[in-house]
Design a protein around this ligand. Structure first.
Ligand code: SAH
Length: 282
């Protein structure tokens, strides 16, 4: 199954926008910052509003999770600025990124701040929007498909299924301190959330699984690791909670990756429509 993005697809999108939605698209004015989510990876999953923003931006300030095929949709004169942060590598500081957004806007530029997934889901979009609001810069938020939704769809795992769960929890395994976030009530989540989707879970996986197991989750509960979700190299590892640390270590999960815990993982047996590189530790 190809999830590659082709130039003809790009023209398809622009022609759709010209035919139907352009009139209803908001004008991207100079001096404004648009904070947009680019979705989990597959360029076909960006919104028309995000494509519109890419075509009209003077400056695009983008994160590490935004892939080249999406950046290619920017207009030919757009200045592309990388502001990615990846664990362990030198990266621009958050205050410098927001300051550069404010400066570009004050120069009268149309500034697109482009983030992976959704900008308001574990992406510091809230912090950046707050700085813009404080500085009096006009801004717009363009939601995107978050990895914890799009990634599960591409892995054939329904986030909810009424015979299995009526609740789901999204959480991050990595707090502001670099450790597992301290303000998570693991017992409450273990007892109250049948499905748990964890972003940035790999580094502290042993700690997280230990917390869930000691709070009463079953060791044989299905777990999936979805790596590079929605991208051509998407891989999924299916395992169980008690063994997932060892299995993840033995398989070598490539970031970015999500961890999904819950019985809905077993639907993959029937719903793995993409069937790319599947690994099973079962
Ligand atoms: N704002 C983003 C999340 C940024 S935090 C969103 O809404 O999706 C970064 C984490 O998101 C990664 O560590 C990983 O857990 C998850 N992630 C983002 N893109 C992913 C992808 N294509 N595949 C798997 N996980 C992904």
């Amino acid at each position: 199954m190809a999830v590659r993005f082709l130039f003809k697809d790009f023209y398809f999108i622009t022609s759709i926008m010209e035919k139907t939605s352009f009139d209803s698209m908001p004008e991207f004015s100079g001096g404004h910052v648009w904070l947009a989510g680019a979705g989990p990876g597959d360029p076909g999953l960006i919104t028309l509003l995000c494509a519109h923003a890419l075509q009209h931006a003077d400056v695009v300030v983008y994160d590490a999770l935004v892939g080249p095929a999406i950046l290619e949709m920017a207009g030919p004169k757009a200045v592309m600025k990388y502001a990615g942060k990846r664990g362990g590598k030198p990266s621009p500081k958050q205050p410098d990124i927001t300051l550069s957004l404010i400066e570009f806007a004050r120069e009268g530029k149309r500034v697109l701040r482009l983030k992976g997934g959704d900008p308001f889901v574990f992406g510091r979009g809230g912090e950046e929007a707050m700085r813009l609001a404080e500085a009096g810069i006009p801004y717009r938020i363009i939601p995107g498909i978050t990895a914890g939704v799009g990634g599960l769809a591409y892995a054939g795992i329904p986030l909810t299924h009424r015979d299995h769960n009526s609740a789901v929890t999204f959480l991050t395994g990595h707090g502001a301190s670099g450790e597992v976030p301290e303000n998570i009530n693991w017992r409450a989540i273990a007892e109250g959330s049948p499905v748990i989707v964890i972003y940035m879970a790999l580094k502290h996986l042993p700690n997280i699984t230990e917390k869930l197991l000691s709070a009463g989750r079953e060791g044989n509960e299905p777990v999936a690791f979805i790596s590079r979700a929605t991208l051509p190299k998407q891989t999924v590892l299916e395992t169980r909670l008690s063994r997932c640390v060892d299995d993840a270590g033995a398989t070598g999960i490539e970031p970015p990756a999500l961890v999904v815990i819950g019985s809905v993982v077993s639907f993959r047996e029937h719903l793995d429509w993409l069937k790319p590189h599947t690994e099973s530790a079962l």
